[in-house]
Design a protein around this ligand. Structure first.
Ligand code: GAR
Length: 213
């Protein structure tokens, strides 16, 4: 049985695209049941439409400063669709403890750095400025801190001479598209999950975690 997943986006949606593509495989343990965007102009919405997946805009602007009401609307839509696991895929809103707590252990985020290095925004520019030789991406369970939480998967890429923010971002993004479907498969199939001590049950589900269940 494929477990129903809700994906939250704000923009381009390339990670959503990677999840949709992976979920097409008959033996993938999850299916994308709902896509929610906080922005009506998110290009990723078209990917959901192309895949025949229900998509809704729940615009934060319509709720003004009332974050709780916006999150209650998101939560209601996810539950109405029977969602069991939530994937943040370029969802660029900070979550309150309400939504984080409601989906504790069942909400994943992808972040374009090797956490705990470079949480927050402009990770590629900061990696270049810091002179690191390795950069990458992380999939983690969502907890209350920004870009914090037990790590399920990471992939590292070299920072090469002459790299610009764009070239480095593209190298990292290709890895995001590999590890997000793998980490979701691991969580959906029970290979990885929240451990009692707060550490990830599996340090890195690559490669082949989906088939290990
Ligand atoms: C991705 O690089 C993702 O890792 C990042 O936003 C981009 C969304 O791209 N997320 C964060 O920075 C979250 N802290 P996409 O819309 O093409 O998937």
């Amino acid at each position: 049985m494929k477990r129903p997943v809700g994906v939250l986006i704000s923009g381009r949606g390339s990670n959503l695209g990677a999840l949709l593509a992976a979920a097409r495989a008959p033996d993938y343990p999850a299916r994308i049941a709902l896509v929610l965007s906080n922005r009506a102009d998110a290009p990723g919405l078209a990917l959901a439409a192309d895949a025949g997946v229900p998509a809704r805009v729940i615009a934060h602007r319509e709720f003004g400063a009332d974050r709780a009401a916006h999150e209650a609307a998101l939560d209601g839509a996810l539950r109405a669709a029977g969602v069991e696991i939530v994937c943040l895929a370029g969802y660029m809103r900070r979550l309150t403890p309400f939504l984080v707590g409601a989906w504790a252990g069942r909400m994943l985020n992808i972040h374009p750095s090797l956490l705990p290095a470079f949480p927050g925004l402009e990770t590629h520019a900061r990696a270049l400025a810091a002179g690191v030789r390795l950069h990458g991406c992380t999939v983690h369970l969502v907890t209350e801190g920004v870009d914090e939480g037990p790590i399920l998967a990471q992939a590292a890429v070299p920072v090469l001479p002459g790299d610009t923010e764009a070239t480095l971002a593209a190298r990292v993004l290709a890895q995001e598209h590999r590890i997000y479907p793998a980490a979701l498969a691991a969580l959906a199939s029970g290979v990885a999950g929240p451990a009692a001590d707060g550490a990830a049950a599996l340090a890195n589900p690559l490669p082949g975690a989906a088939s290990a269940a």
